[in-house]
Design a protein around this ligand. Structure first.
Ligand code: HEM
Length: 337
């Protein structure tokens, strides 16, 4: 009897421990419970204001910067969590993520992150992490372009490592099929609704020709254009993106309003006018995802609410908290290098 009793106690303890670990950890090891909006309330009360003001100035200089900063946050979070690893330059043992396929020649905005961090260090040295600064900048970028606002949980710390290889396998690519894209989101603890809502960030910003050329001329090696691409839209795109050369030529991700955060991205998908393969498959390849696209195309408020919720969720992917990681003085290098 006593044996059964201790076995049951052991079983319930293991169960409680498992629950506790799963609940605390966002994916593998990060402790998202330690993130909360008032994290810098006494240590750096003006942190949010400082980030907002630098992002606003950068946006005044170039409206596209909002899109670029939002993308940096996504590329940071999907690779070993939202830990600022993307911001590190190559130095010592660090091999930068900036030269990996998804980032090379397209990730931009690092100088603005430097400016934000310098302003934060000026006001409260060694206090606000680069990972938090970037998370706030992504929220501010949404607001500046007319998108939703949300309260940002804070308290992330910065990594002392980066990975050149991980972006290639963790980030979805523009010519991936639906299942691969969905798998990469699932690997980060994000669901189908998060995938569709977060893809809605392609309502702002630009893509280089090289990221969608295959759809115009040779979809999946067929020698023909993608059949899910609207013909007159394809003709416009072919003018900007020739069969060869012009790799860096830019096209709007949302042809109707690249500078405004709205739901026209979803309306475009219904018209077969998504720019990237990864955009159009949300409408063409999966029924559940198609229904979400239609819902957000009809109801901008619903999209905004879900976008805010999914951005908060993405911002909680495996954060470094407590005594792990560090608060970098400069976002481009670890402190003792
Ligand atoms: C669903 C999978 C996704 C894929 C395959 C993808 C891929 C891409 C590609 C290829 C570009 C253009 C890069 C170039 O210049 O060639 C781009 C731009 C962009 N992406 Fe995504 N993306 C995805 C999801 C997301 C998410 C979740 C966000 C943010 C929450 C995001 C935000 C952006 C923004 C704002 C731009 C424009 C950046 C600029 O103009 O500088 N993307 N994306």
């Amino acid at each position: 009897m006593a044996r059964i009793g201790s076995f049951l106690i052991l079983l319930s303890l293991t169960y409680a421990l498992t629950l506790c670990i799963c609940d605390n950890a966002s994916n593998f090891g990060g402790n998202k419970r330690n993130l909360f909006p008032d994290f810098y309330r006494s240590s750096c009360p003006r942190a949010e204001e400082i980030v907002r003001s630098v992002v606003a100035k950068a946006f005044e200089r170039e409206t596209r910067m909002a899109a670029s900063l939002m993308r940096l946050h996504f590329h940071d979070c999907f690779v070993q969590g939202c830990d600022g690893s993307l911001l590190l330059d190559t130095s010592g043992s660090i091999v930068t993520e900036k030269n990996s396929n998804p980032n090379s020649r397209s990730a931009r905005g690092f100088e603005v992150v430097d400016e934000i961090k310098a302003a934060l260090e000026n006001e409260c040295p060694n206090t606000v992490s680069c990972a938090d600064a970037l998370t706030l900048a992504a929220r501010d970028s949404s607001v500046l372009t007319g998108g939703p606002s949300w309260t940002v949980p804070l308290g992330r710390r910065d990594s002392a490592t980066a990975s050149r290889a991980k972006p290639n396998k963790d980030l979805p690519e523009p010519d991936n099929l639906f299942d691969t894209i969905f798998l990469r989101f699932s690997n980060e603890g994000l669901n189908l609704t998060d995938l569709v809502a977060l893809s809605g960030s392609h309502t702002i910003g630009f893509s280089r020709c090289t990221s969608f050329r295959q759809r115009l001329y040779n979809q999946s090696g067929s020698g023909s254009p993608d059949t899910t691409l609207e013909k007159s839209y394809a003709a416009i795109l072919r003018q900007r993106c020739p069969r060869s050369g012009g790799d860096q030529n830019l096209s709007e991700l949302d042809i109707n309003s690249a500078g405004r955060f709205d739901n026209s991205y979803f309306k475009n998908l219904i018209e077969n006018m998504g720019l990237l393969n990864s955009d159009q498959v949300l409408f063409s390849s999966n029924e559940q995802s198609r229904e979400l696209v239609k819902k957000y195309a009809e109801d901008q408020e619903e999209f905004f609410e879900q976008f805010a919720e999914s951005m908060i969720k993405m911002g909680k992917i495996s954060p470094l908290t407590g005594s792990s990681g560090e608060i970098r003085k400069k976002c481009r290098k670890i402190n003792n290098s």
